[in-house]
Design a protein around this ligand. Sequence first.
Ligand code: MYA
Length: 506
Amino acid sequence: MSDSQDKGKARQRDEKEREGTDSADNSKGSTQLGKKKIPAKLLETLLSMNPAMQNELASMDKDKATEMLAQMDISQFFTGLSVGGKGQKDMASFKFWQTQPVPSFNEQQDKELAQGPIKMIDPEKVPKTPQPLLDGFEWCTLDLTNPEELRELYQLLNNHYVEDDNSMFRFSYSESFLHWALLSPGWKKDWHVGIRATSSRKLVASICGVPTDLRVRGDKIKVTEINFLCVHKKLRSKRLAPVLIKEITRRCYINGIYQAIYTGGVILPTPVSSCRYFHRSLDWLKLYEVGFSPLPAGSTKAKQVTKNKLPDSTSTPGLRPMEVKDVDAVYDLLERYSLRYDLNQAFTLEEIEHWLVYKEQPGKEQVVWAYVVEDPKTQKITDFYSFYNLDSTVINNPKHSAVRAAYMYYYATETAFTDDQKALKQRLLLLINDALICAKKAKLDVFNALTLLDNPLFLEELKFGAGDGQLHYYLYNYRTSHIPGGIDSKNRPDATKMNGVGVVML
Ligand code: MYA
């Protein structure tokens, strides 16, 4: 899948089918690359040097991929960026983004890039009022403590948010999820921005942010985490997205926040890091029936079901659900664990409690699951892991209406501090296998994880299959050189590229 609207939401790839780029049909003979005809083997080598491009070409049909290659120049393979439909060196084609304080594509190659804000903001010069909207539309600030307004945002996203290229799946963030994600410690009503149609009052667009602290290679910065940028399908391509982005930027500046972090499946100027999605089937048959998981050549449905079977119960001694009393210990463990990554989140105790401890509330479904390992002798918390649930609507499937997905969230283990990577790997294999079992018990269908944190140590052995989605990380108004995303030049998990991304975005 790996598409333009994608936020890493992707089908599982059939690796055999996808070695090389299937869509570009480069397996035999030669391919037109710009003005040159090049042999299939060379194209394969070039593509292996640029996983994002390989991924993107693979998602196109054969004719489109061939046409795209014919328009390209060989040098484009060396940029590390995908085709994106907009020559990646061509900042000029990003009419909006070229006006924003974000790094341009070519400066990212510079390993010695000076780190810091791109533009100093003078609070006095920040406009006091929003930019006017098209006739018939007006700005609104959502009150997400009001169940009716929360529902309006839910409905907008449920019908118009991120889909895959083939329109088979669409993210379906539940109301409980949005409440959890957007009313986190320090949240500001002002950063829950909407656009309404003036006459009907209907909510037709959104962009939201919550505050947090990040550490970028040791520098601590206050940022807004931007999410839920959405424009009603009927209002697309009217340049509403830039207007929404400018409005939330204005509201952040007014509050003295000059930097932001955001993620997306699309290539924009310029990712600070790129990770790849992996998927572990919990209910393989259902995933097959909805078209998410392919039946690998030479396998059978029964074999796939057996392959993905998990034990009935967990096996880490001392494992139990996290409670409020564990917050201090988990905070301390996660803080030390996080400092191992170039990009990490500096949580507060309050944030740890909010993001990890599930508190049962009548009528609200569980969104996050966190488990700790308590040493039976010392009562010390030695490890923890967590995952959250985000469903996807299955569009037009006669049998299934939703895929219930778990997403790997934060985890940490004392074993990381022994400097013994083998031991760390063994510990993570045990812990994360238990996480899979817990997710299966929670009746989730698939367990998704990116190549961030220490995930490359366990993905393949725990039978996660490579997805065709990438998730790109972006910083707004902050420059730093490229951060590793846990993948090698062939887009495979790579344990030597692990100390980069330590932030998990929802
Ligand atoms: S990622 C999730 C994004 N949402 C979806 O994919 C949902 C489905 N799609 C839609 O609702 C629309 O297609 C959207 C675009 C709204 C995405 N991030 O209005 P347009 C640029 C940033 O004519 P539309 C998430 O939520 C595009 O390159 N920019 O297009 C994080 C072009 O600019 P340029 C994007 O299709 C969001 C312009 O928009 C994205 O009607 C982080 C076209 O505008 C994208 N995902 O609407 C936002 N997609 O001319 C940035 C397209 O330059 C936050 N575009 O090529 C920045 C920090 C702000 C705060 C700063 C504080 C200090």
